[in-house]
Design a binder for this molecule. Structure first.
Ligand SMILES: [Zn+2]
Length: 500
């Protein structure tokens, strides 16, 4: 039955691809929708080579551009290489499959500077080649931040010189599917040579290659190093960094509690380890922001730990929330001292926000709103609109996903910085997050990304007043077809297999 379903999906995909090639391309299918398009008389050969003019103090900003297509040729004006790059992305979408392009003048620039996608490579690992393939597609839609969730309880994915056990053991596990591993293998790690082993990691050279490739596409890679929770894989090999009495965290079913092992904040060794990790991370990733996680730390271990309690008493802290704040502020100071900034999940607000920290609001919008109102920069990524680990179609026919439904239409309806929001000028951007607990295969991963990241691209780029789902939908269907023809696995949003 499963094989038949797969075949049906394959045939359907081929039919759509064939249809897309036969059909006349839809004109003006740019995603994200540009700020202004003035149609002019005449047309231009689609294969004309653009003349590029980079000007100082360009009026449409660092990522903005003017793209002029007339019967005389194609001209790009921009202030930077990024602006020129985005003009070329728009031009590629206009010229796709066409012999001539209608004459027009496009003036374009983004609404928000951070248009991001998170990929979790801890729960299920992805090859370097797969990551680069996705960066290529993201750039075509003017996504400019790639949030790389590199470490978590399910596997450490970044090679470090100082702590080799993280990739000798914590990157490998005895079951491929994440939930099989939790349930049948009791959340244990193994070495690479064990039979049936699953896992992987990126060498420093792999990561430098990914960073350089992303940079050529004007995408900044934001590495995430989880602290102080979601660190079971660290505690498994360096248990001395955990709290006394909770080195191995067992839940009421006798399993190791997923993602809840925490660093002990009473021990200097935890900070020394994390600072060493950050030192090596900073050498690989040149991003302004380093994501320090900060979510879902299980504070009951701090409550029961004599070392953590001693730290609380010595510093006169009120509780474990303030202990977490102390830890984050200390790591912030270290990272700021290296000329970088931190961003963390909205739990870092608990117990008081570190002075220069930016917040990624995921448990709803409240955290982001509170941080923005107090003058901290935020990236909005609330679960309800931005978590693309959810299904997007009828679960009867769509592949598995988490926590119900997130259709592209629902996603598109999101406004990260509404006009009445206090501190809206602190909203840096918007981001879609793909957690991969249930996403084992590469084609499933792409199916979750596309076409939904089109919505994030347009939310982050296009002025709110110009956005209209009914106009977006046909463009998104057309660009889905093109992406499918280019070898990506794309969810068929035209299937209408679910009440919308
Ligand atoms: Zn402790």
């Amino acid at each position: 039955m499963k094989a038949l379903k797969r075949l049906a999906v394959l045939l359907c995909t081929l039919a759509v691809a064939a249809n897309a090639q036969a059909k006349k391309p839809v004109s003006n299918v740019i995603i994200p929708q540009p700020v202004e398009i003035q149609m002019l008389a005449g047309s231009c050969r689609a294969d004309a080579v653009p003349v590029v003019n980079i000007v100082e103090d360009f009026e449409y900003g660092a990522e903005g551009y003017v793209l002029e297509i007339t019967s005389r040729g194609i001209k790009i004006t921009a202030g930077t290489a990024a602006g020129e790059f985005y003009a070329r992305q728009s031009l590629e979408q206009l010229r796709y499959g066409a012999k001539r392009i209608p004459a027009q003048r496009i003036i374009d620039y983004p609404r928000l500077p951070w248009r991001g996608v998170l990929l979790d490579v801890s729960r299920h690992f992805r090859s370097k080649e797969f990551v680069k393939k996705q960066l290529l597609a993201m750039a075509a839609f003017k996504i400019n931040r790639f949030h790389f969730h590199l470490v978590d309880g399910a596997g450490w994915r970044i090679q470090l010189d100082k702590y080799p056990l993280l990739t000798q053991i914590s990157a490998w596990r005895p079951a491929e599917y994440y939930y099989d591993w939790l349930e049948k293998e009791n959340h244990t790690y193994c070495t690479r040579n064990r039979e049936g082993v699953y896992g992987g990691y990126y060498t420093k050279d792999d990561l430098r290659e990914i960073v350089a490739f992303a940079d050529s596409l004007h995408i900044t890679v934001i590495p995430e190093i989880e602290m102080f929770g979601h660190s079971t894989e660290v505690m498994a090999v360096y248990p001395q960094l955990g709290c006394r009495g909770s080195e191995f965290v067992i839940d009421d079913k006798g399993r190791v509690e997923q993602g809840k092992a925490v660093y002990c904040l009473g021990k200097e060794a935890s900070f020394e380890f994390l600072q060493d990790v950050i030192d090596e991370v900073l050498e690989i990733f040149p991003s302004e922001y380093i994501h320090i996680g900060g979510d879902e730390a299980n504070k009951r271990h701090w409550k029961a730990c004599p070392d953590c309690q001693r730290r609380i008493a010595d510093l006169g802290l009120k509780d474990e929330d303030e202990l977490q704040s102390y830890g984050i502020a200390r790591m912030e100071k270290y990272i700021n001292g290296k000329g970088r900034k931190i961003i963390g999940w909205d739990e870092i607000l608990e117990g008081g926000l570190a002075p220069n920290a930016a917040v990624m609001s995921w448990r709803g919008e409240e955290g982001g709103r509170a941080a923005a109102a107090s003058g901290h920069k935020v990236v909005m990524t609330p679960e309800e609109w931005c978590y693309i680990d959810r299904c997007q179609g009828n679960p009867e026919v769509d592949s598995v996903g988490f926590h119900g439904l997130l259709s592209i239409e629902k996603m598109y309806s999101y406004d990260p910085a509404p006009a009445d929001m206090p501190g809206r000028e602190y909203v840096m951007g918007v981001q879609a997050n793909l957690w991969t607990e249930m996403v084992m295969r590469d084609n499933h991963c792409e199916h979750m990304l596309y076409p939904r990241i089109f919505a994030i691209a347009e939310i982050g780029w296009t002025p709110q007043e110009s956005r209209d789902y009914l106009k977006f939908e046909p463009r998104a269907i057309e660009l889905s077809n093109r992406l499918r023809s280019a070898g990506y696995s794309v969810y068929d949003m035209s299937a209408r297999d679910w009440p919308r």
